[in-house]
Ligand binder design. Structure first.
Ligand SMILES: Nc1nc2c(c(=O)[nH]1)N[C@H]1C(S)=C(S)[C@@H](COP(=O)(O)OP(=O)(O)OC[C@H]3O[C@@H](n4cnc5c(=O)[nH]c(N)nc54)[C@H](O)[C@@H]3O)O[C@H]1N2
Ligand SMILES: Nc1nc2c(c(=O)[nH]1)N[C@H]1C(S)=C(S)[C@@H](COP(=O)(O)OP(=O)(O)OC[C@H]3O[C@@H](n4cnc5c(=O)[nH]c(N)nc54)[C@H](O)[C@@H]3O)O[C@H]1N2
Ligand code: SF4
Ligand SMILES: [Mo]
Length: 691
């Protein structure tokens, strides 16, 4: 039977665990089999990966297009009708309001081929600048900080296998034990090898429980914390002067910023005692090598870019970057969170991580696309700004691979904006909350039913392979774009075959920062994935970046001067508690897929509000009682989960559910000025027992 097994990767997070799929019964459904030969997870999977085939079942997933009838109901329709309705809708808006009144919203779960084709479709077929995607809500602050400091954005500049061999890891706002469970092994091995682990999180999470030292700052104060630690590095004479002189620029200004953040001030701002700050610096600087890894905790803030910048400054000042077993990295989140940000579904971007504002980049990509560079639109709005403009400047929208009704900040407002559109089309595998608002819903194939590449959090390009035949009535996103392009007058240039699209992507990315020119499907299969940049088929790929030089013009990493500032919304007497949000192990994102899996629902049945016993006592709620959480934007209710593992001034809600317990009814859409990341991790709320 072994020959019937197909090697592929999980549909969910950025770890992209390897797995094998084996057909059961008639070949329409598969089961997951361990794939121990793939190095990243060596066979281990979390519950989401193990149960992913449940979403392939008819009755769970969409099996035919839906269109809204005159009575306002979504009813089954044929593909021709559904596609024509979309073409008419988009064409009509363009004729009446101009090309920029048509918007596109993509996703970091889409394969490289889809992300590339979607960006090209927006710019070439629709002629619109108004395209962005949910990755803006994910790692955009780290990406911006990477660009600023290193001249290149690849989440991790080294493979995960380096982590167990470094001396000390500072993990900032990552709950790896729940968000990438098989990767916890790297931290366990680190500690077995004598390396130290410091976790910074307002909650004592399952991840923090593994740490030698856990710092629990008030949400939104990471910037002060990082500056305070850099202050101590300077005060204690621990700066790596030689590294700073030879490999960096801009230290004097950055140093001045840190010196303004003396330890006692930082203790006051963050709530982290000075002795803990000192211990963290001693552990980190006392080791031969070290890494700082951030995830959404410090990044999803209205100052996320500067916060990551402060951690990069810390790495540079201590000489823990651009050297073996040392560096700063961001733990990217979505299945193709890395590749999805490289090939053109981002508002300001062309394939190969090129800039839409760069004339040479426009010429190169226009050449590959066979169009006049002058016809390519300029940069558009960022994700939240695009959603906020719906029904006003942007009047028709195509959504592919996102469920913003649940996942966008200030979701009540976003839902209203979606409802005010002249026309909404959604391509999805299930009837998500966003799809349920659409005029036309297109059912698309899923991971096991199609072939395509993703780029995992290490920058390793991987191949997912088709293992089952999709149900009749379902088409791939590439087939959808191919058909829509044809209806809109572009019969050529949008092939539906993934390998053909990938070969075009390779040419479009050639010479860019994220260069895939030398990567082929055959090589990926033979080599356990290929790390970009990989400019030629004889190039080995690049697992480790920056060892000789950084990707800036002069090869030096740039310190960025940063200073602390408060959260966009501070607590006050009316809203005295901080709300932060995040994830639980058994649900994925907006839950569109995982809320349809019985085993996962049994483990994580619904929303909750995590709060400290003192706060619970003060508002008079016991475990399981219904709690009302109110912010300036909305209200949510969910059962109390009382634990001393959270700060007394903070409550936590996971964001996986719609309806009454929707965390994003509360969150603040204040944006980071550089990355345009919303402040998902901090807002002010009132917490009460719900009558
Ligand atoms: N089970 C599961 N796994 C997933 C996902 C999922 O939805 N479910 N999604 C995937 C995706 S797209 C992503 S982006 C990743 C996200 O992976 P993580 O970043 O690990 O996930 P989060 O739970 O959003 O946030 C991590 C931690 O940040 C802490 N935090 C909150 N506020 C602050 C703060 O102000 N400062 C600091 N330092 N920490 C803070 C939270 O308490 C939380 O424990 O997970 C990926 N994996
Ligand atoms: N409060 C709060 N909100 C958050 C966050 C937080 O920490 N706190 N985190 C943010 C982050 S990091 C992220 S990444 C976002 C994610 O939020 P969303 O963008 O809503 O992510 P998903 O739930 O993964 O949505 C993906 C949708 O696309 C569908 N889909 C899956 N694969 C495909 C495909 O190949 N093609 C098509 N057409 N559809 C597909 C799925 O069924 C699902 O409906 O949420 C953000 N929102
Ligand atoms: S850790 Fe991520 S990639 Fe691995 S099985 Fe779980 S969801 Fe899938
Ligand atoms: Mo994410």
């Amino acid at each position: 039977m072994a020959s019937l097994e197909t090697s592929t990767h999980c549909p969910y997070c950025a770890l992209q665990c390897g797995m094998k799929l084996r057909p059961v019964t008639d070949g329409a459904v598969v089961e997951v089999v361990e794939r121990t030969d793939f190095p990243v997870n060596r066979g281990a999977l979390c519950g989401k990966g193990r149960t992913a085939p449940a979403v392939l079942a008819a009755g769970v997933r969409l099996t035919g297009p839906l269109v809204r009838d005159e009575g306002g109901e979504l009813v089954p329709a044929g593909w021709d009708e559904a596609l024509e309705r979309i073409a008419d809708g988009l064409r009509g808006t363009r004729a009446e309001h101009g090309a920029d009144a048509v918007g596109v919203f993509g996703g970091g779960g889409l394969t490289n081929e889809k992300a590339y084709a979607l960006g090209k479709f927006a710019r070439v077929v629709l002629g619109t600048s108004q395209i962005d995607y949910n990755g803006r809500f994910c790692m955009s602050s780290a990406a911006a900080a990477h660009q600023r400091a290193f001249g290149l954005d690849r989440g991790l500049p080294f493979p995960l296998e380096d982590i167990p061999r470094t001396g000390c890891v500072i993990l900032v706002g990552s709950n790896l034990a729940e968000t990438m469970p098989p990767a916890l092994r790297y931290l366990t091995e680190l500690r077995e090898n004598g390396g130290r682990l410091i976790v910074i999180d307002p909650r004592r999470t399952r991840t923090a429980e593994q740490a030698d030292l856990h710092l629990a700052p008030r949400p939104g104060t990471d910037l002060a914390l990082a500056l305070g630690m850099l202050h101590l590095v300077v005060a204690d004479g621990r700066v790596d002067e030689d590294f700073v002189r030879t490999r960096t620029s801009g230290w004097d200004e950055a140093r001045a910023g840190a010196m303004a953040h003396w330890p006692e001030l930082v203790e006051r701002l963050t709530g982290v005692p000075v002795p803990q700050l000192r211990e963290a610096v001693e552990l980190f600087c006392g080791a031969e090598s070290g890494m700082v890894l951030t995830a959404r905790g410090p990044e999803q803030q209205a100052k996320g870019t500067d916060t990551v910048g402060a951690w990069i400054n810390f790495c540079l000042a201590t000489g823990r970057a651009g050297r073996p077993l040392s560096g700063y990295g961001c733990l990217t989140g979505q299945g193709n969170g890395q590749g999805g940000r490289e090939h053109g579904q981002k508002a300001d971007q062309l394939p190969g991580y090129r800039k839409l504002t760069d004339p040479a980049a426009r010429r190169h990509v226009a050449g590959v696309w066979g169009v006049d560079p002058d016809t390519l639109p300029g940069p558009g709005r960022s994700a939240y700004e695009l959603l906020d403009a719906l029904g006003r400047d942007v009047r028709s929208l195509l959504v592919m691979g996102s469920n913003p009704v649940v996942s966008a900040p200030h979701a009540g407002h976003v839902e209203e904006r979606l409802k005010s559109l002249d026309f909404l089309a959604v391509a999805d595998v299930v009837l998500s909350e966003t799809a349920a608002l659409a005029d036309v819903v297109l059912p698309v194939t899923q991971w096991a039913e199609e072939t395509g590449t993703t780029t995992n959090l290490e920058g390793r390009v991987l191949l997912r392979q088709r293992a089952v035949t999709p149900p009749e009535g379902v088409r791939s996103d590439l087939e959808v774009l191919n058909a829509l392009a044809a209806l809109l007058g572009h019969g050529k240039g949008f092939p539906a075959g993934p390998e053909e699209v990938f070969d075009e992507l390779r040419r479009a990315s050639a010479g860019g920062a994220a260069d895939y020119a030398g990567i082929t499907y055959a090589r990926i299969t033979a080599e356990d994935g290929v790390f970009w940049p990989c400019p030629g088929e004889d190039h080995p790929g690049t697992p480790r970046l920056f060892l000789e030089r950084f990707a800036t013009d002069d090869g030096r990493a740039r310190f960025v001067p940063v200073t602390h500032r408060p959260a966009a919304e501070e607590t006050d007497t009316e809203y005295p508690v901080v709300l932060t949000t995040g994830r639980v192990v058994s649900q994925y994102q907006s839950g569109a897929q995982t809320r349809r899996v019985a085993e996962l629902n049994a483990a994580a049945p619904g929303p909750f509000v995590e709060l400290h016993p003192r706060l619970a006592e003060r508002i008079g709620v016991a475990e399981g009682d219904t709690v009302a959480v109110t912010s300036r934007r909305g209200r949510a209710v969910a059962p109390a989960r009382i634990t001393s593992a959270i700060r007394q001034d903070t409550v936590f809600m996971p964001f996986h559910w719609p309806g009454e317990g929707r965390a994003n009814s509360l969150t603040n859409p204040a944006l980071d000025p550089v990355s345009r990341m919303p402040e998902f991790k901090v807002c002010a709320v009132r917490v009460e027992a719900a009558g």
